[in-house]
Design a protein around this ligand. Structure first.
Ligand SMILES: *Cc1c(COP(=O)(O)O)cnc(C)c1O
Length: 425
């Protein structure tokens, strides 16, 4: 077995270290497999209930009127997420776009947006206007306020109660940590705070940024009354097959507003050609529970390897998981950079390129990204990135198969060993 790893220039001690770690994780992996099985069956049932048929894979062009495949895809998403309606489109270009639509569609001038999970994801700062930006919600007279999570990572209910005022219209919650080292929020804790918020005012609209969280647990935030649950199709629910896209699932009213915002008032969901991507969207969703399972096992392996070597990892080696992200603090730029180069060298596409930090649009410090993906920028595929700022944290995610994720873990360790950043004996 280790012969084939030699072809990747992996030393015996690196291989043994990872192998020995993996051998201790059998029970963890078994638990993940049970969640995967449940979610796979949930997805199959959703497709059967929507009466998915071969004709639904036919493409439409132009306006896309009467695209039965697109409508069936949206029915399937609504079934999976247990919501009244869904908007799942190739015309939603990414997760940020989906979140931007959800917010702009449901807020009006004079309304206030309240984030109750602290600072939102970097790219949303410009959507909201936390960082000045052309076309932000702020420019349209929509104000923003924020309640940080408590030191233990839980919701600050007193703070939330105080922050809600007569202007508050939408409550935003971000499940995953983004480029922070806080804990990821569980769908169960999110459900609990939704109940709390609705008791204060049942008309408040709760939007959950579900990026990277789909199919990690038995439930989604939409099972617990989130009015909108939002994510990217080049992350978990696209299963590696969706070439583009975003989704918003939720109440009929909210989704209608989103459709009017995405296309045009009056047109809404009626227009938007599927351009031949329907099969990839649906097959990707079918694959997603098992792809997420592979990514999750990779993240668990990575956490256990690097924790053993003395690095701070979030989540730690034993914690329950609510997304597929693994953060590792390297505390110096070289560690983060070598780690990302290791992931890049494990890629199938562009394995021979060497990533360098650069100023990416939407981010306020240089970022290094390792991504050799079939779908450009896809982070359900094996990938890692991190902003070049203390604690020089690498954010690792993805892997369409566990075998590939494991190769990624091995090659990061090899690069760090070669650079004398870790010592194995
Ligand atoms: C990835 C991500 C986004 C933005 O998605 P893009 O597809 O990169 O625009 C938003 N929120 C969180 C938590 C994310 O992980």
């Amino acid at each position: 077995m280790d012969n084939i790893y030699k072809q990747f220039d992996i030393d015996d001690d690196v291989f043994e270290f990872v192998k020995n770690t993996e051998d201790t994780l059998k029970d963890r992996f078994l638990k993940a497999d049970e969640i995967c099985e449940y979610n796979q069956l949930k997805v199959i049932k959703a497709m059967q209930d929507a009466k998915l048929a071969e004709a639904h894979f036919n493409p439409t062009t132009g306006y896309g009127y009467n695209d039965i495949g697109r409508d069936t895809l949206e029915k399937i998403y609504a079934n999976v997420f247990n919501t009244e309606d869904a908007l799942v489109r190739a015309q939603i270009t990414c997760g940020t776009h989906a979140l931007s639509i959800a917010l702009a569609a449901n807020l009006r001038p004079g309304d206030e947006l309240l984030s109750i999970s602290g600072k939102p994801y970097d790219t949303l700062e410009e959507v909201i206007g936390i960082r000045e930006s052309n076309g932000s919600l702020k420019e349209f007279g929509i104000t923003y306020s924020q309640v940080d999570l408590l030191a233990d990572g839980s919701f600050d209910k007193d703070g939330i109660k105080k922050a809600i005022n007569e202007k508050t219209k939408v409550i935003a919650i971000q499940r995953s940590k983004g480029y922070q080292t806080r804990k990821t929020l569980s769908p169960y804790d999110i459900g609990d705070v939704i109940k709390f918020v609705k008791e204060i005012n049942k008309d408040l609209i709760v939007m959950v940024d579900n990026c990277y969280g789909e199919f990690v647990n038995l439930h989604e935030p939409s099972d617990f009354g989130a009015d909108m649950t939002v994510g990217s199709l080049i992350k978990n629910p696209g299963g590696g097959l969706a070439p583009v896209g975003g989704y918003i699932v939720g109440t009929k009213k909210c989704i209608e507003n989103c459709a009017y915002r995405l296309t045009s008032p009056g047109l809404g969901k009626e227009v938007g050609p599927s351009l031949g991507v329907t099969k990839d969207f649906i097959q990707g969703l079918f694959m997603a529970p098992n792809v997420v399972n592979a990514a999750l096992k990779g993240a668990i392996l990575l956490a256990n390897v690097y924790e053993k070597l003395g690095f701070r990892v979030v989540p730690d080696s034993k914690e329950d998981r609510f997304d597929i992200i693994q953060a590792i603090d390297f505390n110096k730029p070289e560690g983060l950079i070598e780690f990302c180069r290791g992931i890049q060298s494990a890629a199938v596409v562009d394995s021979f390129v060497v990533p360098e930090p650069w100023a990416m649009p939407g981010y306020d410090s240089d970022v290094i990204m390792a991504a050799g993906a079939f779908v450009s920028g896809s982070s359900i595929e094996l990938s890692a990135d991190g902003p070049l700022r203390p604690d020089y944290t690498a954010y690792y995610q993805g892997g369409l198969t566990f075998n590939h994720a494991k190769l990624g873990v091995l090659l990061t360790l090899q690069k760090l060993k070669n650079a004398n950043i870790v010592k194995l004996s």
